[in-house]
Design a protein around this ligand. Structure first.
Ligand SMILES: Cc1ncc(COP(=O)(O)O)c(C=O)c1O
Length: 453
């Protein structure tokens, strides 16, 4: 076994295809339904807001899907991303476990999100789209799409959840530096935003509301499409470049994970690292525990219901079968803004319902404590979202210490926290609290689930 700290691949070793887990699912996914007819959607239904190439990927059953040359050319700016062995953290924890982390914070936006923003902008450009609307929570996805728009010459309009817009002015500045327009959501520019503001003038927003605003704006104009930063099959597909690289890097290390860990907002970075390994298992290869970590204040996989629901608050999107807290649920304003979503990717939900994924939840204070412990040992300050994965990795390593077993732990460090230092400052000053979600609001939101036969 290698004694290296970093496992680096050459640019030429970057994967040439993404991995589509649909090809290996033990049972097929439930169809996506049209919100009005409740019948399976057709490619034409989706063409109102998405380019054709993206729709094809969304519905594809092909296992390996080619990464286009121009997308690979942009990926090369930061990919292959490094895989680290967390030797100092292992020593600090006095654990026999081997901890590896794939570091996606090396991208220009500071997270995994450009892995999907770049191809989505590319396919839109190929099909003559002039403008893309989107939502953003913490601002990671917004800055990634803003960058992709700058690279491919597309206008980008971003609806940013108001609580994050206020907490993270520098993320907004980054989006604007790349040339995008950034609007606090709910806004008075859309019918969806105005409806929310009429009901709750002090609304601090949610990803569900921001999605409604962005989808509404895309549906209104022929030259405009919409791009989603997580949840859908094509986004998860693009993120598998993470796990495919990690597989090669672990081979260099002479190791293979017993468990793969990722935080889950809509599910894209978790799927990105876990699906290539899970695919091996589904094809009869080595078994691996896949641990999906979410905030206790927005516990979609651990406390939600597996049911058809809308992806947004104003009910403009198709219906997908997923774990959901109800599209009307408003998560409390905790700092991991990218994890404040009522639903979960259908592919992850399906695999969790079949028992292939272990969901787990943590409160924000224990996650910040884990992030600081990690930063002190490894020198990287994780994004608050990524701290959830760090917390789980540390807990598993501590279990290894207690049981004296040397497991191999792989987790995705999905982004750095350089734009989130106010959250760290607040945590260190004792100003952060563990927020509790309102159970009666979830019950109400679940009672409003659409009826599908
Ligand atoms: C650093 C980081 N990690 C994780 C997430 C969660 O998203 P997803 O579940 O799609 O990976 C976000 C979302 O903004 C993020 O910024």
């Amino acid at each position: 076994m290698s004694d290296s700290v970093k496992f680096l691949l050459d640019e030429r070793e970057m994967p040439k295809t993404w991995y589509n887990i649909n090809a290996d699912l033990p049972e097929p996914l439930q169809p996506v339904l049209h919100p009005a007819t409740k019948q399976p959607v057709t490619p034409d239904d989706l063409a109102v807001i998405f380019p054709r190439a993206v729709i094809e990927q969304e519905m594809s059953q092909e296992r390996d899907i080619e990464i286009p040359g121009p997308v690979r050319d942009v990926y090369r700016q930061w990919r292959p991303s490094p895989l680290y062995r967390a030797r100092r953290l292992e020593r600090a924890l006095d654990t026999p476990a081997r901890i590896y982390y794939k570091y996606e914070g090396v991208s220009p936006a500071g997270s995994h999100k450009p892995n999907s923003a770049i191809p989505q902008a590319f396919y839109n450009k190929q099909e003559g789209v002039k403008r893309i609307t989107t939502e953003t929570g913490a601002g990671q996805w917004g800055s990634s799409l803003a960058l992709a728009g700058a690279l491919f010459g597309i206008e980008i309009e971003i609806y940013m959840v108001k609580v994050s817009y206020e907490q993270k002015p520098y993320r907004r500045a980054l989006m604007e530096t790349f040339g995008a327009r950034c609007i606090a959501s709910p806004s008075d520019l859309t019918e969806s935003g105005r409806a929310i503001l009429a009901e709750r003038p002090d609304s601090r927003g949610s990803l569900g509301i921001a999605i409604s605003e962005a989808v509404e704006m895309a549906a209104k104009r022929d030259d405009t499409c919409y791009a989603l930063g997580s949840v859908l099959n094509h986004v998860l597909l693009h993120q598998t470049v993470i796990g495919l690289e990690a597989m090669k890097q672990l081979e260099m290390a002479g190791d293979y994970p017993d468990m793969v860990i990722g935080c889950t907002g809509g599910g894209s970075n978790f799927a990105g690292i876990a699906f290539p390994f899970l695919g091996e298992q589904l094809r009869g290869g080595r078994a691996v525990r896949c641990i999906a970590v979410e905030p206790s204040a927005c516990p979609t996989l651990t406390k939600g219901r597996f049911a058809y629901d809308f992806g947004d608050t104003a009910h403009l999107t198709p219906l997908v079968k997923m774990y959901t807290l109800g599209s009307g649920f408003m998560p409390p304003g905790f700092h991991a803004g990218g994890l404040r979503y009522h639903g979960m990717a259908p592919q992850i939900s399906h695999l969790a319902a079949l028992g292939y994924i272990e969901p787990r939840s943590y409160n924000q204070l224990e996650c910040f404590a884990a992030g600081i412990q990690f930063a002190k040992a490894e020198g990287i300050v994780p994004a608050p979202e990524a701290n959830h994965a760090v917390r789980a990795a540390i807990q598993e390593a501590e279990r290894c210490r207690e049981s004296g077993t040397a497991k191999t732990i792989l987790f995705n460090l999905s982004g750095h926290g350089h734009f989130d230092m106010q959250a760290y400052t607040d945590y260190m000053a004792g100003k952060l609290k563990d927020l509790v979600y309102d159970e009666s609001e979830v019950a109400m939101a679940l009672a409003g689930l659409p009826s599908v036969n």
